[in-house]
Structures are given as C-alpha cells and as structure tokens.
Design a protein around this ligand. Structure first.
Ligand SMILES: Cc1cc2nc3c(=O)[nH]c(=O)nc-3n(C[C@H](O)[C@H](O)[C@H](O)COP(=O)(O)OP(=O)(O)OC[C@H]3O[C@@H](n4cnc5c(N)ncnc54)[C@H](O)[C@@H]3O)c2cc1C
Ligand SMILES: NC(=O)c1ccc[n+]([C@@H]2O[C@H](COP(=O)([O-])OP(=O)(O)OC[C@H]3O[C@@H](n4cnc5c(N)ncnc54)[C@H](O)[C@@H]3O)[C@@H](O)[C@H]2O)c1
Length: 478
C-alpha cells in the first residue's frame, strides 16, 4: 500500500536547484521530501558542468604540451587516449558525487525518494509507492537537449550532452550543430584532444555575446583548427554510426559534409514530461513552467526553479542561477519573505580558452536602453603576466552610465571566469568605477586588467588644462 507523507517541502529533482533547497531546508530542521528519477546531482554533475570542465581541463593540458616549444621546452606531441580521458572525466564526477548523494541527504534528515513524480491533484503528488501532500512544492526538474527538426535526424545516431562524455575513441570528424556555449566549449576541447571538428551555426556563433568579445574566442578556436561555419544550417542527415553524411545550406549554397560523429547542441527545453502539471493547475509552455517574479507558479502552493522555470525566472540556465533561485525560495517558503528575481548582477561564463565572462549589460544592450554610456577597454596583451604566460588574446570591456555607474563588464581572457568576480561584487553592491580604480592589485597578475581599465576612466582628466594648472600651482610649495 502507498505510504502518505506530509512534509513541509516536497522538492522534485535532485539537481543543482533541488539539492540546494533540500540542504538549506534540512539545515533549518524543516521536514523535506526530495524526489529524483535519475542520477542524484542532475545535469550539472553527471552530463553538464562537471564533465565538460573536466574534459576542457584534459584538453588544456594537451594544448599546453603542444605549446611547450615557445617556452624553450622542445616541441612535443601529446599522446591522447580517449578511453583514459573518459576515465579522468568520470573520476572527477565520482569525486564530487558523494556531496550530492542520497546517503548524504538522508543523513541530513531529508527523505529521498528515487522515483518519477507526477501530480494527481493540486495538492498531491505521487512518486513510486509514496503519496506526498506537503505544505509547499518546489519543482526543480531541469532541462533536456532541444533537438531541431532536421530531415533524417531521427534515423541517424547522434550525440547530445547526455551521451557526449562517454566517447572512448577519438572521433575521425566531429560535426557539432549549434555554436552556442555547449557547442564551442566541446568543439575546442575535442579539437585540442586531436579530433577534427566542424561547427555548424544557424546564426552568429556565441550570438548572445558582445561580438567584439566573442571574436577573440572564435579567433582562438579557429587558430586551434576548429572549422566554424556561421549562418549555416543542416538540412538533411543520413548514414550510420561512424559514417554520417550531412547536407549543409549556407546562403543558398548546398555542400555535403561527412562526419564520424554528430553532436547536437542547439539549446535546451524544460523537462516537464511525465509531471502531469495540468492535474495541479500549473501553467507551462515550451519556454518552461510559468513563474512570477517570486518564482511562484499558477498554483500558489508550488514554486518552479532552475532550468525548468519560465522566462520570469530570469531566462538563464546556469547552476549558479539554480542556486540563486534556491535561496529565494527558501526565504519565501520558510520565512514568508517576498524576494524578487533580480538578474542585473548575474554573471555567466563560457569556458573556452580564452574564457568569455559577462556580468550586467553588453554595450548593445546598454545603447538600446537609452542613456549616455562610456565604454572602457583594456587589452590583455598590455598585461605583463599575460605576456609571461604567452596568453595574450582578449580584452576587458566595461560599460558605464552617468557618474561612473557600472552597467556591465565583459572579459575575454584566460581565467575570465575568475576575473569577473570583483565586477559582480561591484554591481551587486552598487560600487562605482572609482572603487575599482582605487584599490591595490598584486603585480604581476591578470587581475591588473580590471584596475587598468578602471583607471583609464580618468585618463582624459589627466590632460585637462585645469588639472595641469593645479599641479603647476602646487609645485610652488616645494
Ligand atoms: C554540457 C553542459 C555544460 C554546462 N556547463 C555549465 C557551467 O559550466 N556552468 C553553469 O553554471 N551551468 C552549466 N550548465 C547548465 C547547468 O548544468 C544547469 O543550469 C543546471 O544543471 C540546472 O540545474 P537544475 O537543478 O535546474 O536541473 P538539473 O540539474 O537538470 O536537475 C533536474 C533533475 O530533476 C530530475 N527530474 C526531472 N523530472 C523529474 C520527475 N518527474 N520526477 C523526479 N525527478 C525528475 C532529473 O532527473 C534531474 O536529475 C551546463 C549544462 C550543460 C548541458
Ligand atoms: N559555461 C556555462 O555556463 C554553460 C556551458 C554549457 C551550457 N550551459 C547552459 O546550457 C544552455 C544550452 O547550451 P547550448 O549551447 O545548447 O545552447 P545555446 O542557446 O547557448 O546555443 C545554441 C546555438 O545553436 C544554434 N542553433 C539552434 N538551432 C540550430 C540549427 N538547427 N542549426 C544550427 N544551429 C542552430 C543557435 O543559434 C545557438 O547559437 C546554455 O544556454 C547555458 O544556459 C552553460
């Protein structure tokens, strides 16, 4: 007979979003049921951030070995063993997995149910042999790869992020459809591991990013040997494992392309299948579960967070957004506060080399917003540490409003994902550009680009006649 549970919180999905809510609620001693139908840890741990960053780390080592000659170490050719690289990737997942495990959460006092959840009424959910009637629900069911309608694709074996980290042999030619974050991170990683790679992108690669900053990343990928075809689509696919033929259309021209492996990375769709949201009166569409600015769904008892939340959840799908949502829901569900989603200082990073990190508005967004803006830039090549490391590609670009208010910052640079943090803090705390200029940064570090770009705000003042007259006047006093 089914067991009926009546916790304070019932969370569906043990990915980044669901686990964060469960851990925080358990820390406050709140009774929680956590339901997961797949792997604990969700996409980020198993088929997303963690394996992709582990693969990128392996690829970076291969690249460094090839670059050794420039450092006087002799030119070397790395011996890449895909099966061993896969083992490395999976051992990294294994090292982190205990943090997200059912055992850990059970020990924290969470009741973990390993089953698929579906609503049977507005206030009731069924999962395996349990019925849950909580005070509040938190839906954190994530997203799945969105597969485009390409003729023949359904009869051809293709990879997505859910299968791409299991390759045990180097692809003879990897074709990636989609030149967004997943496409470009994996394109560069596989190229550096020795596979020929072609990216087919319907629009502009990294199309959501500032074109000037994206250009640094694309130039680096092309230097590595990745073929990137923009404004191109795949209209037909045929073939079998190891022998796939594609028809690519580009401004009216049709060309044929052969691939050993095809990876589809054309965006994500919310994972709401099987939840039977209608039974609970929860509105949703292809963009996700409809939420308001407090992450509440059309059923007041139910929140939706992380990748499955619709556009008013902020419209970004990242692990740190999922964690941020979790914090808002904890405040709302446990403390009856009404915090709103605020994405103004939410950073994002594309982990290519150089990395591309952004917080706040891009130049284009700031111009579209009206108001007068100032754009500051500083090239990575002007940084002494970058020269020593022979990694000089990129620049920092800062968008300012009136009085030096920071509207946004974009960095294309090695380690940009780390360099963006002071800018995120500055925007969160409403600091001004003078605050970024007025602190000491250790020499020689890449962080100096942030201070240098901030100081460049004052360069025009140094040439002002009044300033020069003041210096002349003060000189009289000895
Ligand atoms: C290749 C790749 C690389 C990425 N890299 C980064 C990165 O570097 N940095 C970053 O910030 N983000 C990255 N992301 C995005 C990040 O992985 C997601 O934003 C994050 O995982 C979302 O967390 P979530 O909890 O909303 O969803 P998920 O992690 O997808 O978790 C949802 C969970 O819900 C479960 N579930 C779904 N339906 C049900 C049901 N009916 N019953 C029970 N359980 C259910 C699923 O099995 C899953 O475990 C990457 C994504 C991909 C694909
Ligand atoms: N570093 C990170 O934080 C990170 C890494 C990977 C993924 N993610 C998350 O996962 C999300 C999904 O990544 P993604 O790369 O799949 O999506 P994306 O939206 O970033 O990029 C998809 C790309 O595919 C293109 N496209 C769509 N249909 C196409 C078609 N039929 N033919 C050719 N090109 C087509 C789009 O123009 C777009 O450029 C990201 O938006 C991000 O939220 C984050």
């Amino acid at each position: 007979m089914a067991e009926t549970l009546r916790p304070d919180l019932c969370i569906v999905g043990a990915g980044s979003a669901g686990l964060s809510v469960a851990a925080a609620a358990a820390a406050f001693g709140v009774p929680v049921v956590l339901i997961e139908r797949g792997e604990m840890g969700g996409d980020c741990l198993n088929v997303g951030c963690v394996p992709s960053k582990a693969l990128i780390a392996a690829a970076r080592r291969a690249h460094d070995i090839r670059q050794a000659g420039a450092f006087g170490l002799g030119t070397l050719d790395p011996q890449v063993n895909y099966a061993r690289v896969r083992e490395h990737v999976h051992s990294v997942i294994g090292a982190i997995a205990p943090n997200d495990s059912a055992a850990r959460f059970t020990a924290l006092g969470v009741r973990v149910v390993r089953a698929s959840a579906r609503f049977v009424a507005r206030d009731t959910l069924e999962a395996g042999n349990v019925i849950v009637k909580p005070r509040r629900f938190v839906l954190a069911t994530g997203s799945r790869p969105a597969v485009p309608a390409i003729a023949g694709l359904d009869s051809v074996p293709f990879l997505t992020n859910e299968t791409a980290f299991d390759l045990t042999r180097r692809p003879e030619h990897l074709v990636i459809v989609g030149g967004g974050t997943i496409g470009l991170e994996l394109a560069q990683a596989h190229r550096r591991l020795g596979a020929p790679v072609t990216v087919i992108e319907a629009g502009r690669a990294l199309g959501r990013e500032d074109p000037e900053l994206a250009a640094h990343v694309l130039a680096a990928l092309r230097r590595d040997g990745v073929a990137i075809r923009e404004n191109a689509t795949v209209s037909e696919v045929a073939g079998e494992d190891g022998d796939i033929r594609l028809v690519v259309e580009n401004r009216g021209t049709r060309t044929e392309l052969k691939a050993s492996h095809l990876l589809v990375a054309t965006g994500r769709r919310p994972a709401t299948d099987g939840l039977e949201l209608e039974a609970a009166g929860i509105a949703h569409d292809e963009r996700g579960i409809a939420v308001d600015q407090h992450l509440r769904t059309s059923n007041r008892r139910v929140y939706a967070i992380g990748d499955c939340a619709g556009p008013d959840g902020g419209g970004r799908q990242f692990t740190h957004v999922a964690n941020y949502h979790a914090g808002l829901v904890i405040r709302s569900a446990l403390f009856r506060l009404r915090p709103r989603v605020d994405m103004r200082a939410m950073p994002r990073v594309t982990f290519t080399d150089p990395e591309l990190a952004v917080v706040g508005m891009t130049e284009e967004e700031a111009r579209a917003d009206g108001g007068r803006i100032t754009v500051l830039r500083w090239p990575v090549a002007e940084n002494d540490r970058a020269q020593a490391e022979r990694r000089t590609e990129g620049e920092i670009k800062v968008i300012l409003g009136r009085g030096g208010r920071i509207l946004g910052c974009g960095i294309a640079a090695p380690g940009a994902g780390e360099l963006i943090t002071p800018w995120t803090l500055a925007m969160t705390r409403n600091l001004r550009i003078r605050d970024l200029a007025g602190h000491t940064v250790p020499y020689p570090t890449l962080s100096e680009i942030s201070r240098r770009v901030a100081m460049s705000y004052y360069t025009p003042s140094a040439a002002k006649p009044m300033v020069r007259r003041l210096i002349g006047f003060l000189r009289r006093f000895g």
